[in-house]
Design a protein around this ligand. Structure first.
Ligand code: G3H
Ligand code: 13P
Ligand code: ZN
Length: 316
């Protein structure tokens, strides 16, 4: 059942975080739904601009609708990840999305506000909620001076002003994480002090944590043992820290890279061990349950495991 992102956030705030997972194909979609039904967890299906370009928006919509039919127990929202203004309007007008993210965080503060405000007006007119971003992820690297490190984190006073002036419904904040391959150059640590300060300015307001993959060492080692060449010092967020972020307002946690690592590990190992094979359905069949197990594990860390009936009751 597709629900609004707002409804999920209302139930989740302060109690658990909703896992938001990017999908690009049918196998990821089935594993995602299977895993969350097994975990009895609500979730968010995220579609990036890159996914729309790769798989076609109509195809992704059809896959998600079909997965919803195949797993009628599932409770989920559909979200545009890292949209620009034009893509946000496209998704708002499509009528399929529960929420969109406008990412104008690379723009100066006032321009970010102006763009976000325009998207909020269009989205709210159709009952769609908006995630915006303030602060800079990815600028946080171990070899950068501490002052510079903090300079890229979200400023709590600015966050309050930003939310008031834009009317956005949730805010992606820079609190020590970074996206995808960037992680491969160093370690991450969550800035709980910064989360606390942001929550003080925005009590009860849902915060979103991007760049939340863990990049497990053993996953990287297995990929490399099967022919990969990923930096072995790769390191992401310690998923055990999610539980500490939840009471501080982190209500949505974005995970993409870790799912790609599962895909890569399963497929590399399969073709290493069966070099004579070329039927991609065989590794695909192994990937789906592996991805589902991965989702169950994440939902435990997010504290969303076993919350589905509570969510269903709250939505009734
Ligand atoms: O934060 C970005 C997501 O991991 C989506 O990645 O733009 O390569 O689809 P993508
Ligand atoms: P990761 O690259 O850490 O998985 O982050 C994904 C993300 O933030 C999607 O918006
Ligand atoms: Zn992101």
């Amino acid at each position: 059942m597709i629900v609004t992102t707002d409804d999920l956030f209302k139930v989740a705030y302060g109690k658990f975080a909703v896992g938001a997972y990017n999908i690009n194909n049918m196998e990821q979609a089935i594993g995602l739904f299977e895993g969350n039904v097994n975990a009895q967890a609500p979730f968010i299906v995220q579609i990036s601009k890159g996914a729309r370009k790769y798989a076609n928006p109509q195809m992704l919509e059809a896959i998600i609708r079909a997965a919803g039919d195949l797993y009628p127990e599932a409770i989920f929202a559909v979200h545009l990840d890292h949209g620009d203004e034009e893509t946000c309007y496209d998704c708002i007008d499509s009528g399929f999305y529960s929420s969109v993210m406008i990412d104008a965080s690379h723009e100066p503060f006032d321009e970010n506000i102006a763009i976000t405000r325009r998207v909020v007006e269009r989205a709210h007119a159709k009952g769609i909620s908006v995630e915006a971003e303030l602060g800079k992820l990815g600028g946080v690297e171990e070899d950068i001076q501490v002052d510079e490190k903090h300079a890229s984190l979200t400023d709590p006073d600015e966050a309050k002003e930003f939310v008031e002036r834009t009317g956005c419904d949730s805010l992606a904040v820079a609190i020590g994480t970074s996206h995808g391959a960037y992680k491969f150059s160093g370690g991450q640590g969550l800035h709980f002090d910064r989360m606390t300060a942001i929550q003080e300015q925005l009590p009860g307001f849902p915060l979103v944590m991007h760049g939340s993959s863990s990049v497990p060492r053993e996953e990287v080692q297995r990929i490399n043992a099967a022919g990969g060449a990923i930096d072995p010092s790769a390191k992401g967020v310690d998923a055990n820290q999610f539980a500490g972020a939840v009471p501080l307002g982190v209500t949505k946690v974005n995970i993409d890279t870790d799912g790609r690592l599962v895909w890569t590990r399963v497929h590399r190992e399969f073709f290493r061990d069966h070099p004579e094979q070329f039927d991609f359905r065989k590794p695909g069949t192994l990937f789906v349950p592996a991805y589902a197990d991965f989702i169950v594990d994440k939902s435990r860390k997010l504290l969303s495991y076993g919350t589905l009936e509570q969510v269903r009751a709250a939505l009734a």
